[in-house]
Design a binder for this molecule. Structure first.
Ligand code: SF4
Ligand code: SF4
Ligand code: SF4
Length: 155
């Protein structure tokens, strides 16, 4: 499965102010996002100004398959996610990164792989998944506990 996302697609979902708070222009940032050299959170306008909430949601959805599939083969379908949080509290890497997850609570740390926000899973650091180097574990706990079938782990 391949997901081809163009810089223009990403650019259209950015604020378009060229304020350079991310260290480059909006188009430069779009390229960086596609190349996984930046994270959505690196654009402060997009993540903090409520007027961009719609664009933020669309961009998160657009980039989720690219980030997850290429790094860990953990694919997330946000349309199917109901925000139950099962994956958040069951993922062994998440539990280590925030003890709240181990207690069945939504993490507060922004160092975790993912948490629930506004009724959907929000991916922060999927690169910390244990399927990813250096661990390379054959984990699929998140897929097993997602009864909405929003998570698919590619073998
Ligand atoms: S911080 Fe956001 S709005 Fe500013 S240039 Fe970068 S991508 Fe564009
Ligand atoms: S595969 Fe395992 S470590 Fe990776 S996100 Fe899912 S539960 Fe967490
Ligand atoms: S287990 Fe599935 S439905 Fe529940 S938050 Fe995680 S991805 Fe969403």
């Amino acid at each position: 499965m391949s997901t081809r996302i163009t810089p223009l697609q990403v650019y259209k979902l950015l604020p378009g102010t060229n304020c350079k708070k991310c260290g480059t222009t909006c188009m430069g940032f779009a390229m960086k996002l596609i190349n996984r050299q930046a994270r959505i959170e690196d654009c402060p306008l997009l993540t903090s100004d409520p007027k961009y909430a719609g664009k933020l949601a669309e961009l998160t959805k657009l980039l989720a398959p690219l980030i997850s599939a290429s790094e860990t083969l953990v694919n997330i379908d946000l349309d199917k996610c109901i925000g139950c949080g099962n994956c958040v509290i069951a993922c062994p890497a998440n539990v280590v990164l925030d003890t709240r997850a181990g207690k069945g609570l939504n993490p507060l740390s922004d160092e975790v792989l993912w948490l629930v926000e506004d009724g959907k899973i929000k991916v922060l650091h999927l690169e910390k998944c244990r399927r990813y180097p250096p661990h390379r574990m054959n984990c699929n706990v998140c897929e097993l506990v997602c009864y909405s079938e929003a998570i698919k782990v590619v073998a």
